[in-house]
Design a protein around this ligand. Structure first.
Ligand code: AMP
Ligand code: MG
Length: 404
């Protein structure tokens, strides 16, 4: 094993080159498809809206009948949403409500505020132009047009848009099953009393939330003691149940770190020292043929390596077209006078300076075990290797909401 540090982009390239895209597909009702990856492109079978309708409450007219402001028309019918009217009697107006079909013979809707009603007559106070306040058939989505491409990850608004087309279910890539294993004799679940030298498991909660946010299925393998036999047994089980295995802790070179030996006995493992901070110890391999990621133990390092390496890998396997984390360019609101020897990911908040311009402020303690830094922050800023930072310099910023 070489002692030099592996740059993040090299590690990512290797991982992505090794990712085998999952070909399994399932049909899911829209309500269960959030975060899933669309298996095929979708086109509209209908126009949306399917008929010309009123954008406002008012009076539907034919502009030929309204030549001057102040003209008075008889009100010949009332048309509510869901209740189509009849063709317009020439020279009259139809009372109409938002979403109601425009009757034949009308080409504009005069909003209620520009009219005065007196029993069965209405005065039109402003001359309308043809097409005014009419939402034309197909003006949102034209029948036959492609609305989403294969590989798109479904967001809440995509589900709504598909529903507007009368699509109740979608074919998606089968959500991956990802097993989580947390190693450490000192680690216990948060519902137990803390004994001497023990800490609560936080990593499994963070990882589970991240995976669920990506529409994946989590298989909790729980906490495993620092023994070779125990680690081998849980890895075997995980490889049988899941499409991919994530473990935290136990990948350093300490005597109690058994993950490396256990994985190697069941497959293969590459241990990397990544040129990033936090997140230096990172490993990738296979257990009984299933991809395996050995993440660090420290919670912030787990989060960062998941975001930068595991997430794009899983998205590729899942068939997603967009793998990289959404990145913004934002001003640093701080200085760093000493250049680092690793690419650094610092936890930051987006704040406004005195002029109302947005800038990034870092959390005070950037240690890799400091969970509050993640909880406090809005996202992560990237500090390039070997550079100092002065306030106002543009940095890559990854907002946390881009992780889901
Ligand atoms: P290790 O790589 O196993 O030496 O772990 C590195 C650090 O991460 C140690 O301080 C561990 O106690 C801590 N750690 C390991 N697993 C977890 C976990 N599931 N939740 C929180 N901290 C952990
Ligand atoms: Mg450990």
């Amino acid at each position: 094993m070489s002692t030099s540090l592996t740059p993040l982009n090299h590690a990512l390239e290797q991982l992505l080159a090794d990712a085998r895209v999952n070909s399994r597909e399932v049909d899911l009702p829209l309500r269960e498809a959030l975060g899933c990856v669309l298996a095929n492109s979708r086109s509209a079978a209908i126009d949306v809206p399917a008929f010309d309708n009123s954008a406002m409450d008012g009076y539907a007219v034919n502009t030929a009948d309204v030549t001057d402001a102040g003209c008075v028309l008889p009100v010949s019918q009332t048309i509510a949403a869901g209740h189509p009217g009849t063709p317009l009697v020439a020279g009259s107006a139809a009372r109409i409500f938002t979403g109601a079909p425009i009757p034949e013979g009308c080409n504009a809707v005069v909003i209620q505020e520009n009219t005065a009603r007196d029993e069965d007559r209405v005065t039109i106070l402003q001359v309308p132009v043809a097409g005014e306040n009419i939402r034309g058939k197909g003006h949102d989505i034209a029948r036959g047009s492609e609305v989403l491409k294969a590989g798109h990850r479904l967001r809440p608004q995509d589900l709504g848009m598909l529903a507007s087309l009368g699509i109740p279910a979608v074919r998606v890539k089968q959500p991956m099953k990802v097993a989580i294993i947390n190693t450490g004799d000192e680690v216990i679940p948060p519902d137990q009393e803390l004994g001497p030298g023990q800490i609560y498991d936080s990593n499994s909660f963070t990882l589970e939330g991240l995976l669920q946010g990506m529409g994946m299925t989590v298989i909790r393998k729980g906490i495993v003691a620092d023994t070779l036999a125990g680690t081998q047994a849980v890895l075997q089980e995980a490889a049988a149940d899941a499409d991919c295995i994530l473990s935290t802790g136990g990948v350093s070179v300490g005597d109690e770190d058994h993950v490396r030996q256990a994985v190697q006995s069941l497959g293969s493992l590459d241990l990397w020292k990544l040129a990033i901070k936090p997140g230096k110890p990172f490993s990738y391999g296979r257990v009984n043929g299933k991809p395996f990621f050995g993440l660090p133990g420290n919670p912030v390092a787990v989060f960062v390596t998941f975001a930068m390496l595991v997430r794009p890998y899983l998205l590729k396997v899942q068939g997603a077209s967009q793998l990289a984390l959404p990145t913004l360019r934002v001003r640093a609101g701080f200085d760093i006078s000493e250049a680092g020897s690793r690419l650094e990911f610092i936890r930051v908040r987006l704040v406004s300076d005195q002029e109302g311009e947005q800038e990034l402020q870092p959390f005070g303690n950037q240690g890799s075990s400091i969970m509050t830094s993640l909880s406090w922050a809005d996202g992560i800023a990237e500090i390039p290797l070997g550079t100092t930072i002065s306030r106002g310099q543009m940095l890559n910023y990854f907002p946390f909401n881009g992780l889901l």
